[in-house]
Design a protein around this ligand. Structure first.
Ligand code: F6R
Length: 612
């Protein structure tokens, strides 16, 4: 949720810190702040609002120093004010802390610290850590790393913490528990951040950190220990994407850029998945043929947009592999008693790999004896590391808060899994699998075709900008598309939007239709289910009550009653969501622009939701 960056090296620290925060602002944008380590004291500046507010307040008096920490916040405890912005400091103003996550026992810590004479100046859970570290650093004769190790033993919750002290400003100390932190190894300089995007301009060499590992960083050294001070061998890896991937590249918004990157993202996720002897290659699953044949059930867990990819998985895997699939919102999963055993494959879908609700569901599934396969877009993030196997999507960095290209690659990943399972358990013949795989390979070109013809849709969308309600209808595999269209519109345009299964309309939602209510209907593909006629009836029903109807239909399909038709290329029915989602992304994007909303950083949201 919050973005964290730390620097120690020869540069004027404010530069890599502010640049890093700019790259991390997608994680939270309620307030921002930095602490610079000048000898003997700290320079602190923090401001409510976007990073630009902080930048505006940093004038030429900014000290040129060579280490510091920076933070961009998504508020949990305490509103988004200057006072609650991070960093938080001890009473001497010499020790500063930034934090991502939640300290669950902060109020008891605060009471104890206040009883010992500490004065608090914010409403945050984080400030308790600054005071606690201050006491413990004194106890450990100025050793901030030892203080951090002891402090963490006293903390409950999920957190990444970075701390710096004015007496040894070149030392930055960090720790993570259930919240992301990576180290960047530079040449005579080092970095710590929530995400590699923060330091990708300076180095592509990173270290992943395990739970409860404490990092002590100077310009020339990085030491990692466990909470007992025992050295931990660093696990280095190379970052495979370059800095331009995290920039807008001429587009007005990251979201638009990411929509247009979808053909490549889908193609990259599909590369090399069919062997010469016509077998789907999915070694990442790490399941033998016997284990696949013994599978009794699949449970998909995910949140938000990734949950919609899970719904697509249900339709595809059940149809092809004949294995029952449950799809569950991750935050609900662990608060009941899901039936999971050795015959269950749990598939956790997450772009970031850090979503706390999904991570907790993964742990719950593993504890119940399930085998967990992650579908993830972020290398070395927590969910894949804690899963038994991982299938990485190749969408590249997704910066806009609203997920677009990650979703399309997640759908492609579940198709590959479905085809692989069906091929191994014999539910589909090799020739059928090959033919479907070839259709998958056509998808990037077909997405491209849609993107080449979106201008009329953009113009049309603007005519709906004053509407405050939009409904989406889908049937069968068009239903997750309807849900996704509504979610995108809610988060970007701040419009009341709902997606319904077409058949449900008459059971209540039709009462919402009024004169002029926009309804977007996704006509089923392939005439496979004879459902298109039913959807055409739904269109007539809403039209008769005054709705303005837009229909998404494949080329050549018969449509009646639509004010506008958006044509998409013909694909096998189960692949339709990959195409039908694209115009809905464009619709939501354009609505947000027309309403003057912040497209890449919608209000109240954050990418990578690392609290439950
Ligand atoms: C919506 C959106 C969110 C995420 C959800 C899960 O556009 O981006 O609904 O899909 O927070 O995030 P990940 O996939 O990172 O687990």
């Amino acid at each position: 949720m919050c973005g964290i960056v730390g620097y120690s090296g020869p540069q004027s620290a404010a530069t890599p810190l502010i640049e890093g925060l700019r790259r991390l602002e997608y994680r939270g944008y309620d307030s921002a702040g930095i602490a610079l380590g000048t000898q003997g004291k700290l320079f602190i500046e923090k401001k409510a609002g976007k990073l630009s507010n902080l930048e505006g307040s940093l004038d030429s008096s900014l000290p040129v120093v060579h280490s510091g920490i920076g933070h961009t916040r998504w508020a949990t405890h305490g509103g988004p004010t200057d006072g609650n912005a991070h960093p938080h400091v001890d009473n001497e103003g010499k020790l500063a802390v930034i934090h991502n996550g939640i300290i669950e026992n902060y109020s008891e810590l605060r009471k104890e610290l206040e009883a010992r004479g500490h004065k608090f100046s914010s409403e945050t859970d984080t400030e308790s850590v600054a005071h606690l570290l201050s006491d413990l650093r004194k106890k450990h004769n100025g050793d901030l790393s030892a203080a951090m190790r002891e402090a963490v033993k006293a903390l409950r919750g999920s957190f990444t913490l970075l701390a710096i002290h004015g007496d040894a400003p070149e030392v930055v100390v960090g720790v993570r528990r259930n919240s992301p932190l990576v180290v960047g190894l530079g040449n005579g300089e080092n970095f710590m951040a929530s995400d590699v995007a923060a330091f990708i301009d300076y180095t592509k060499c990173a270290i992943e950190l395990g739970q409860d590992e404490v990092v002590t960083m100077t310009p020339t050294s990085v030491k990692i220990t466990d909470l007992d001070g025992k050295a931990v061998a660093p696990k280095e890896y190379q970052i495979t994407w370059d800095a331009s991937a995290a920039q807008k590249g001429g587009f007005t918004h990251f979201m638009l850029k990411e929509i247009f990157e979808q053909p490549k993202a889908v193609a990259d996720t599909l590369i090399g998945r069919l062997s010469d002897n016509k077998q789907i290659v999915l070694d990442e699953l790490r399941m033998s043929a016997d284990e696949i044949r013994a599978l009794k059930k699949i449970t998909v867990i995910a949140c938000g947009t990734a949950y919609h990819a899970g719904l697509v998985a249900k339709y595809a895997i059940e149809k092809w592999a004949k294995i029952p699939v449950d799809v569950e919102i991750a935050s609900e999963f662990r608060y009941r008693d899901p039936i999971i055993d050795a015959g269950t494959l749990v598939i956790a879908i997450s772009q970031s790999g850090e979503t706390m609700d999904t991570l907790m569901a993964v742990r719950h599934a593993k504890a119940a004896g399930g085998r967990v396969l992650a579908i993830c877009n972020t290398n070395s993030s927590t969910i894949p590391r804690e899963s038994d196997a991982v299938l990485y999507t190749h969408a590249g960095p997704e910066i806009a808060v609203a997920s677009t290209k990650a979703l399309l690659t997640q759908m492609v990943a579940v198709y590959l899994i479905g085809l692989h399972l069906a091929q191994v358990n014999g539910a589909l013949k090799d020739a059928e699998v090959e033919s479907l795989y070839k259709e998958l390979l056509e998808l990037p070109g077909k997405i491209e075709q849609i993107l080449e013809t979106v201008e009329p849709l953009r113009a049309l969308t603007r005519s709906f900008a004053e509407n405050n309600i939009v409904l989406f209808l889908g049937r069968n595999i068009g239903y997750p598309v309807a849900l996704e269209g509504a979610l995108k519109l809610k988060e970007l345009a701040y419009i009341h939007a709902e997606g319904f299964a077409g058949g449900e309309l008459k059971h209540g939602p039709i009462a919402l239709i009024d004169k002029g209510t926009p309804v977007i209907a996704i006509l089923p593909a392939g005439h496979e289910h004879a459902l298109d006629e039913k959807m055409l009836s739904n269109i007539q029903e809403v039209k008769a009550r005054g709705a303005r109807v837009i229909v998404i239909a494949e080329e050549g399909a018969h449509v009646e009653g639509a004010e506008h038709i958006i044509r998409i290329p013909v694909v096998p029915a189960l692949f339709q969501p990959v195409l039908a989602t694209v115009p809905l992304q464009v619709f939501a994007y354009e609505m947000a622009v027309a309403r003057g909303n912040d497209v890449d950083q919608p209000r109240n949201l954050a990418k990578s939701v690392t609290v439950e």
